[in-house]
Write a protein that binds this ligand. Structure first.
Ligand SMILES: O=C(O)C(=O)C[C@]1(C(=O)O)C=C[C@@H](O)C=C1
Length: 101
């Protein structure tokens, strides 16, 4: 139920600090657990796809690393700041596998 006489900021702060009940927290944790499962599934799929591209490229005499494609991936996560960069680097490293590290 939204408060009627607070500013948008107060409203947000109230929701963050006071309005998440124990039940809300349980539901939010359930959502976090589901999201982590989905993220793990997607990361595993990304690894498979990345490794397939790498194997095909190397079988055709290409390189394991394609710098401009890696720059595109880093740019995609830039909105998340320094931790987004780390995340993108981790995704790239996972796709490259041990030989690319
Ligand atoms: O896009 C490619 O060509 C890939 O090989 C995929 C990928 C990636 O995981 O995003 C992996 C290695 C390359 O250096 C660049 C990008």
């Amino acid at each position: 139920m939204p408060p009627t006489s607070t500013s948008a900021d107060d409203k947000q702060a109230g929701q963050d600090a006071n309005q998440d009940t124990g039940q809300d927290i349980d539901e939010l944790r359930t959502e976090i657990d589901w999201l982590d499962g989905e993220l793990l599934r997607l990361v595993k799929r990304r690894i498979e796809v990345s490794q397939r591209i790498g194997a095909a490229r190397m079988a055709a005499g290409g390189t394991r690393i394609v710098v401009n494609r890696e720059m595109d991936v880093l740019a995609r996560y830039r909105e998340l700041g320094p931790e987004g960069r780390k995340l993108a680097m981790a995704l790239l490293a996972l796709g490259r596998g041990p030989l690319g590290r």
